[in-house]
Design a protein around this ligand. Sequence first.
Ligand code: GUN
Length: 377
Amino acid sequence: MSSHFQLLKTDTGTAARRGRLQTLHGPIETPIFMPVGTQGTVKSLTPAQIKETGAQIILGNTYHLNLRPGSELVRDLGGLHQFMGWDGPILTDSGGFQVFSLAKLRDIRDDGIAFSSHLDGSKLFLGPREVMTIQANLGSDIAMVIDECPPWPCTREACRDAVDRSYRWAQQCKQIATDNGFLAGGHHVFAIAQGSTFDDLRREAAESLAALDFPGYAVGGVSVGEPEPEMLKQVGATTPFMPADKPRYTMGLGTPPQILKMIALGVDMFDCVHPTRVARNGAAFTPDGLINLRNERYRADPAPLVEGLDNYTCRKFTRAYLRHLVMANEILACTLLTLHNLHFYLDLMAQARAHIEAGDFGPWHRAWVERFEAGEA
Ligand code: GUN
């Protein structure tokens, strides 16, 4: 049994787990959703407002923060927590994945990824040493290894190469984090299992990384364009081969139903830009699906977004007022809808934890998903 992660309960009807992960900035109750703060800010919210949503941990990004303002500057100003005024845990992604989606002219080599910055075209390189140094400079509570996420669909050969390269990079990241005292200092490093749609490669990735004894494990390479059943199959092909006594994280997911289905597969941690991004587009989550406030039917609607949901937006404002802010392009719309959407996600996680504890997670999550999906426009 590892000391930093306590498995408090495992569901009997599903593979759902209730756990507690200790970090340098306090404990995290799992399952948990992590709001995304790519550039050292959860867009449109102050750290006090992030706390108010019920967030226990947020995400930052190596790729972005290293390009601007630079990880050494953040280190010299006291680390990312102090720099951005957030005193809770922070997980940082390693940057490789963002290179694939943002940078131009990238070249994957055995020692890392060479690329041109999407900001000014300057030539840069990220390998195991670079990403572990940057994440140490940021003072990340949970650092991710650098990995190669193959596109979907991809050939078995390309996937084989990505799994092998990701394994070697994970090994090197662990060694670097051991040598520089990052792990001994109480920071965590999570490995990432790739494998695309190939069940045997997913299993092999999970098992070989498990043998390296990381503090936690992630499923990578999901939600990269594949249909949802395929995505669930990939997660289901990976989690059974991850150590039961370590936290498990699927990267970049998902909608509320997807998250509940992944919890049922034994996943503990999630992050996604979805709730914050759709908020900035004028959409809000309800138990009956996502509603778009641009719709004329909310013009004079006196109801809150969700009756009885205890967040500032729902306590104080009508759908009609929120729609007015969206239609008038007022920046307060972003803040109020982001606050609501994140609270909705985090409240859902609190409900999931309570139902795992109560032993009825299976039927509860199926009914929740059915209602949400029936209501979707
Ligand atoms: N974010 C979403 N998917 C991935 C992935 O496969 N790898 C990394 N590093 N980050 C991700």
